[in-house]
Design a binder for this molecule. Structure first.
Ligand SMILES: Cc1ncc(C[n+]2csc(CCOP(=O)(O)OP(=O)(O)O)c2C)c(N)n1
Ligand SMILES: [Mg+2]
Length: 368
């Protein structure tokens, strides 16, 4: 998968670089294969990556169990995408504004969203979308690709305010076919707005394979037409994802404009827990292929060989995660159920006539 050619960040961040071979630092066997791009990280920081990946694999397992018990609403599986999600968000700071998609709940929580709010959002509760004033994030976007436009605008705002920060967003391989994605990167490129655009290419948009999204050999090369750098990275390698995103952030903050990053990854589970069956649209053997590239397995080998990880440590993280998830669902369930009228009141700042009529109708019903 990875290139054997020597890569430097200078070359990768050159808008005229038309070599989109995959950046990899840690291979599937847990060996460092690209020492030159290795980020400078302390042992604690290296361990934190593993803790985070173990945490979100277990968090998803808990979330799935709550969903199966009928206690949640919409849930988009994240298993398999840990390195892609956590490596990108790890390169941001609290000053950056993030625009996640519906699958990007881990990034939101890492950025500061209280865990129980993630569950309120899943339940469709309006309070799941209500964030503290100083929390620089937008609720998960459902309209595929729309977050790219919002990110371009927010990044221009950051530039105009002279802040040293970026706006960052994620969409999928499916989202990379949407007009919004092209408009977003084009606008941000023209205004040299400090944005980092991520395409998490997990191979499918529900049941539509990546091959039917575009004839382009990579999604990273879509950056070329916008005149901005595009980088394809092994999305199962947290070190590479982090290193590339960090370099992109620095490039954007230095005033050079946005960067597009494609992370090659895979989701082990269905598109959502609402019913699709990947066996009906994914060829046999695909799951096994990607399991051989698993982000946790390779990183566990790497850390264990360095004497920084053990089974006991992993078990500790899993137990802590179960506790956090139990507390989060409890807190979410303690929040009074939302009334239909409250939901409608949140549709518009000034409700139109039809919405006003509906609010009156439901208020009358609710007071009976
Ligand atoms: C504009 C728009 N069109 C269609 C949909 C329905 N839809 C929801 S998820 C999805 C697939 C998106 O796939 P991808 O961008 O690859 O992200 P992934 O779910 O694989 O992470 C579609 C078509 C939508 N939400 N918004
Ligand atoms: Mg996809």
């Amino acid at each position: 998968m990875a290139t054997k050619k020597k890569q430097t960040f200078e070359q990768l961040l050159d808008p005229q670089n038309f070599d989109f071979s995959t950046v990899q630092i840690l291979d599937e066997k847990g060996k460092i294969v690209n020492e030159d791009l290795m980020p400078e990280l302390s042992d604690e920081e290296l361990v934190k990556f593993m803790e985070d990946m173990v945490f979100y694999r277990e968090w998803y397992a808990r979330t799935k169990a709550f969903s199966r018990q009928g206690r949640l609403g919409f849930v988009a599986p994240t298993t398999g995408q840990e390195a892609s999600q956590l490596g990108t968000i790890a390169a941001t700071t609290a000053d950056d504004i993030i625009f996640p998609g519906y699958r990007d709940i881990p990034q939101l929580i890492q950025h500061g969203l209280p865990h129980y709010k993630a569950y309120l959002w899943s339940k469709g509760h309006v309070l799941g979308n209500e964030y503290p004033e100083d929390f620089r994030a937008y609720p998960p976007q459902i309209i595929i690709g729309a977050q790219y436009i919002q990110t371009a605008g927010a990044a221009l705002g950051i530039k105009k305010n002279g802040r040293k920060a970026i706006a960052m967003t994620w969409t999928g391989d499916g989202g990379s076919s949407q007009g919004d994605m092209y408009e977003g990167i084009n606008f941000a490129g023209a205004y040299k707005a400090p944005a980092v655009f991520v395409i998490q290419n997990n191979g499918w948009a529900i049941s539509t394979p990546r091959e039917l999204q575009t004839a382009a050999p990579t999604l990273a090369q879509k950056a070329v037409a916008a005149g901005i750098p595009g980088i394809q990275v092994d999305g199962m390698d947290i070190l590479a994802v982090y290193a590339v995103t960090k370099a992109a952030r620095e490039y954007a903050i230095a005033g050079n404009g946005p960067v597009l990053i494609e992370t090659l990854c895979y989701r082990y589970e269905p598109h959502s827990l609402s019913g699709d069956d990947p066996k009906r649209y994914q060829p046999e053997g695909v799951q096994e292929h990607w399991q051989g590239l698993d982000p946790l397995n390779r990183y566990r080998t790497f850390l264990t060989e360095k004497g920084l990880w053990s089974e006991e440590k992993e078990q500790e993280v899993i137990e802590r995660t179960k506790e956090v998830a139990r507390e989060a669902i409890k807190q979410a369930e303690e929040v009074p159920q939302q009334k239909i009228s409250d939901f409608l009141k949140n549709m518009f700042e000034t409700p139109d006539q039809i919405t006003q009529e509906q609010i009156a109708y439901y208020e009358a019903k609710e007071t009976k």
